[in-house]
Design a protein around this ligand. Structure first.
Ligand SMILES: O=C(O)CCC(=O)C(=O)O
Ligand SMILES: [Fe+2]
Length: 189
């Protein structure tokens, strides 16, 4: 990536949020989830997803209530909330993503429908999480390696002003990411 290297404000990386035993049993739980396709601008992505708590429609940008987070993922949500410094109950939405070998997530900022703090846990293969902001000579870039069992928090500028992406994963990877709702309920003001 071209640009001036700068660590984004608001980025936290936490290795070993869970143990190897915990990862093994969670991988078993995740393998049993029924994942759904991601269709953006008519294109079907190779990664697949499952939403809990709330479902985000990438076409209409609407949130609707979805199935509750499976009990096996409650402890992970608690730990992610702890490192993020937010109330566990504020992580009203969980997104489980399955990345088959070679799959990616392109450059984006997380939807503004979600609150200011996002946290994610990585399982399976390691990958890179890349960041960028600004154009041309003002371009700033950064990347972290997301090791299995590690977690990250995106808050402040890295959540609001930077974009992030994941280049092709070398092998099967899962992430469990948690988001807050900007409003107390979808549709309320
Ligand atoms: O898989 C990850 O850890 C990040 C996924 C991501 O950026 C997203 O779902 O918005
Ligand atoms: Fe994201």
């Amino acid at each position: 990536m071209r640009g001036v290297h700068e660590r984004p404000e608001g980025l936290t990386y936490q290795p070993e949020l869970i143990s190897q035993d915990e990862e093994r049993s969670l991988l078993g739980v995740l393998a049993g989830i029924d994942f759904h396709e991601v269709r953006m601008h008519g294109q079907v992505a190779r990664r697949t997803v499952r939403h809990f708590g709330y479902d985000y429609d990438y076409g209409s940008f609407q949130l609707t209530e979805a199935e509750a987070l499976p009990a096996e993922l409650h402890e992970v949500r608690r730990r992610c909330a702890e490192i993020a410094g937010v109330a566990e109950a504020s992580f009203a939405q969980a997104l489980v993503t399955r990345y088959p070998p070679g799959s990616v997530i392109g450059w984006h900022r997380d939807a503004p429908a979600f609150g200011p703090t996002v946290a994610g846990l990585s399982l399976g293969a390691a990958c890179l999480l890349r960041f960028r902001r600004g154009d041309a000579e003002d371009r700033r870039v950064y990347e972290v390696e997301l090791l299995p069992r590690s977690a990250y928090v995106l808050a402040g500028a890295v959540r609001s002003s930077w974009q992030h992406s994941i280049p092709p994963v070398p092998d099967l990877r899962y992430s469990v990411t948690f988001r807050q709702l900007r409003r107390s309920r979808p549709g309320s003001s």
